[in-house]
Design a protein around this ligand. Sequence first.
Ligand SMILES: Cc1cc2nc3c(=O)[nH]c(=O)nc-3n(C[C@H](O)[C@H](O)[C@H](O)COP(=O)(O)OP(=O)(O)OC[C@H]3O[C@@H](n4cnc5c(N)ncnc54)[C@H](O)[C@@H]3O)c2cc1C
Length: 416
Amino acid sequence: MPHICIIGAGVIGLTTAWRLAEDGHQITLIDGGEQAASGASHANGGQLSYHYIAPLADAGMPLKALGWLLQSDAPMRWQPAADLAQWRWLWRFLLACNTATHQRNLLKLWQLAMHSRLQMRDFAALPHADYARQCNGKLVVFRSAAGFAAARRGMTALARLGAEQQALDGAACLALEPALAAVAYRLAGGIFTAAEEVADCLQFCQKLEARLLTLPNVRLRYRTQATGFGQHQGRIDSVQLDHGDAIACNHVVIAAGCHSPALARLLGDRLNLYPLKGYSLDMPAGAQPPTVSITDADHKILYAPINGRLRVAALADLTGMDDSLDPQRLQSLTRRIAADMPMAGKLPHARPWAGLRPATPDGLPLIGKGRYDNAWYNTGHGALGFTLAAGSADLLARRIAGEQEPASLRGLFQPG
Ligand SMILES: Cc1cc2nc3c(=O)[nH]c(=O)nc-3n(C[C@H](O)[C@H](O)[C@H](O)COP(=O)(O)OP(=O)(O)OC[C@H]3O[C@@H](n4cnc5c(N)ncnc54)[C@H](O)[C@@H]3O)c2cc1C
């Protein structure tokens, strides 16, 4: 069987390894980190958000983003840099900010999300596949009447695709989720999706890793950085490592999150992917934790009950490859949580974390091959990597095998 070297042991690389190993391939999965999921997959929001897949790029976004530039605690922040990749990303992002493109891409992401949901069931059915998965529903709340009205219009489009959602007024939001008590009087309403799930992405990655380690056709190597590629007669035949050695392979898969463009450049491919830094806080549940996942649409903050704890995820900063915790951003986030959900979690015990979402300008992941016939990409999942991982892995595995792909996904997400 062909030997496939996968670069990156985040949720995307691990699901890809699992899916390709099931096909019987020899797999070597390498990662520069100490352990699985040391990048963006480490402490994300935990949403398996199959119904909330709308790309960030939308008609109203440029105006909204301009307003945010003037606010120090805005949900998005942009730090202009002398970095061509940033400007190229922004230009393509602006081009994608129109209703027609948004609707087209939403439909594509919907197909992939539904495929992922199906594939995820296969994993959930495996023995010892406990990763704190819960189907407790998601409530997205809106403070402005205009935002709520727009969301209700969006509901109609999703209903046509088969989504089951309910529009609730402020009082009904509070009745469903008493943890909203401090903000309920300011709510115009909310949209509730009962079928949405939540899980611990790190635990999922660790379970996958444990499963992979039991398979005779899989090798995992941590603290191993890919630095280059060897080629022979127009095909990649090895991955060069920082240790000085190399891994011979028949195919390579790049699933290196925000580091994927740098590896792609070595292969002569250009990926338009840029980091969108986000923050999370994981803390013990407070006196009144939410029982459903709540998204505050106006402040773009997510509150999720995971594993008996509270996970809060927020912010999207266009500040390059820097994943350090900015004390100012962290402070504005904790202030907001303390004001809006004072009893949801024990904030003084919160563990802060920041990660880089590998975002493409139009919100579509890149799944397929580039210039070389045997060098593949599975990357660019932005804010939806956990949600889309299982479906993306299946799609890539079928492409590598030259198999027919599901009709709903045919030809989609090809890089370049
Ligand atoms: C705050 C926040 C909240 C989020 N919330 C959600 C959510 O609720 N639901 C959801 O679906 N998604 C969410 N996401 C997005 C999701 O976490 C990402 O899309 C996903 O983790 C990306 O996975 P990945 O495997 O592509 O990248 P990563 O997890 O970053 O993994 C890439 C790996 O590649 C390795 N690597 C890089 N370069 C090399 C190299 N040269 N050699 C060897 N190894 C290398 C890195 O060490 C890293 O381990 C969130 C993200 C953030 C930041």
